[in-house]
Design a binder for this molecule. Structure first.
Ligand code: PLP
Length: 383
């Protein structure tokens, strides 16, 4: 009988677990489940990246690296960020095993017990858990009544933040909504952050997956944001590298030296040959493959929106990432459990993202499977 820390007691296991357990159970019984619950691209990692990892292993890049990352990758990341208009230097980067670790280190570095953190709902599940683990207190602004757009919610955000607010988290393109914040919305965030001296995490992990010709704007590129933005990014989504575990954070150097302590005492460094593969991923040799994946996601989005419309289901049309929020019953947990049991379609309850009344669909699945999912949901009266 262990006496567990208050820290771990404060958080729940991921709410998506119940659904994936159910899906696995059904599959073990021989059922064909259309799994639209996963947040991972369904494409193989581009071949040139795989080859770069093999080459790096053959070349003996298998030991520890310097804690914050190999110089070639930190430089490639800084150059990439400069392309986004962020004034970045290689010394302002920590390479992490996944964007998740970069976020975790950031919260741990900035947040003490009781410090106020503001989230924009629906928010990715792990933000809340990470804030709780760091001892922070949460305030939230709900974007659901505004079709998941930030611009119409800026007044509410202004009413929520104050000089007491330490940190605000912005995630565009968004998991779970697929929403992409307009430049005007980002400027609104900037104005409030400057007025109240708030640090802002900009989680840009879905930046390469945007639609309708939309160009991603990095929050850290806005005047007034350079000294208060922590830019989070990673390789999982853009390059279909979820299992490789590679991400990074960029921030002013004082934050990097503090977060670097956590980094060196916890993970030591990201995997050596994976970092070499990361250099290849960021090269222009991967651009065509990334574009092919982006186009495939956009095609699926269009198809799903049309199919749902045929069943009189209106969704907020996603402008990025590969998720959409399906309006369902108030009891979204029951809806999702029913949908998987009856229709054998797995989705994630909106409650997991503080958005009851919705189910998150991930369209990282083939058009054929997506069609099958909609047909089954309709057949069993879930839509
Ligand atoms: N941020 C968001 C919004 C995500 O959806 C995810 C993954 O699901 C991550 C960060 C972390 O991804 P990774 O740790 O694989 O880089």
């Amino acid at each position: 009988n262990f006496d567990f820390s208050a820290r771990v007691d404060r958080v729940e296991p991921s709410a998506t677990l119940a659904i994936s357990n159910l899906a696995s159970e059904l599959e073990a019984q021989g059922e064909d489940v259309v799994d639209l619950s996963v947040g991972a691209p369904d494409f193989p990692t581009p071949e040139n990246i795989v080859q770069a990892a093999k080459d790096a292993m053959d070349a003996g890049h298998t030991g520890y690296t310097s804690s914050n990352g190999i110089p070639e990758l930190k430089e490639a990341i800084a150059e990439k960020l400069r392309g986004n208009g962020v004034d970045a230097d290689a010394d302002e980067v920590i390479v992490t095993p996944g964007g998740k670790q970069a976020l975790f280190e950031t919260f741990q570095t900035l947040i003490d017990d009781g410090d106020e953190v503001v989230l924009l709902d629906p928010a990715w599940v792990s933000y809340e858990a990470m804030v709780k683990l760091s001892g922070g207190s949460l305030k939230r602004v709900d974007l659901a009544p505004h079709d998941f757009r930030l611009e119409p919610a800026l007044d509410e955000l202004a009413d929520t933040v104050s000089d007491e607010t330490k940190l605000l988290v912005v995630n565009s393109p968004s998991n779970p909504t697929g929403g992409v914040f307009s430049d005007a919305a980002l400027e609104g965030v900037r104005d409030l952050a400057v007025e109240h001296d708030i640090a802002v995490i900009s989680d840009e992990i879905y930046e390469r997956i945007t639609y309708d010709g939309f160009e991603h704007t990095s929050l850290g590129s806005l005047d007034g944001m350079e000294d208060r933005t922590i830019t989070i990014n990673g390789f999982s989504k853009a390059f279909s590298m979820t299992g490789w575990r590679l991400g990074y954070l960029h921030a002013p150097e004082d934050l990097i030296s503090q977060a670097g302590k956590l980094h060196s005492h916890s993970v030591s460094c990201a995997v050596n040959f994976v970092q070499h593969a990361g250099v290849e991923a960021l090269s222009d040799r991967t651009d065509d493959t990334v574009e092919e994946m982006r186009e495939a996601f956009e095609g699926r989005r269009d198809m799903l929106v049309d199919l749902l419309a045929e069943h009189d289901v209106d969704v907020a049309v996603p402008k990025g990432a590969f998720y959409m929020m399906l309006p369902v019953d108030d009891d979204d947990q029951a809806w999702c459990e029913g949908a998987i049991q009856d229709a054998k379609v797995a989705t994630v309850p909106g409650s997991a993202f503080n958005a009851p009344g919705y189910a998150r669909i991930s369209y990282a699945a083939s058009e054929e499977r997506l069609r099958e999912a909609v047909e089954r949901l309709a057949e069993h009266d879930y839509i």
